[in-house]
Design a protein around this ligand. Sequence first.
Ligand code: GSH
Length: 208
Amino acid sequence: MITLYQFSPAWGLPNASSFCLKLETYLRMTQIPFEIAPDADLRKAPKGKLPYITDQGKTIADSNLIIDYLKATYGDPLDRWLSQMDRAIALAMQRLMEENLYWAVVYSRWQDPVNWEKTKAIFFDTLPPILKTVVSIIARKQISQSLKGHGMGRHTAAEIYQIGSTDLNALSDFWQTNPFLWVISLPRWMPQPMVCWLIFSGCRWSLP
Ligand SMILES: N[C@@H](CCC(=O)N[C@@H](CS)C(=O)NCC(=O)O)C(=O)O
């Protein structure tokens, strides 16, 4: 049985992390049996990030590498009929969301003072008060460094939201000309609103 290590549900969503949400949704859609580990500990994650899984004595980290593993081990019921061009477009769209738009969302949650209290409550409310203050300050500082390392964190808030909006508008334009979407490992017949929900559920809570 696969064990999925991820953050707890938050904000009425199955997960506050889009990577965890994507992987859990993939497992549900492919009907591969899995269980969710209670209280997953980020410090035990092989790459210091969630999600990761264990299966048949193996530990695999990174949502995309996990999906590759699942396809190789359990088959590929969702994507196997995609053309080379479909796959190329899917990959480009996925990278846009995961490697650029994601960082605008991270900024909005972890750095923008308007949202910081909400983010702090979600991730650290279970800690005793003093620990909550100390751990949240350290985590926020680390995220600030990651944002700078990526490059997104070197922009002003206005520039970051401009960049995020440009991505969202590009995705919206793409969807308007493609009645069915075949990005992020979802089948062609999947209705557009479902896909939008998956991708934007994370943004909805934090972007202005
Ligand atoms: N490329 C990874 C990204 C995973 C990721 O960035 N996870 C974030 C949550 S959305 C995380 O665990 N961050 C913890 C940290 O950076 O300390 C994947 O696809 O799984």
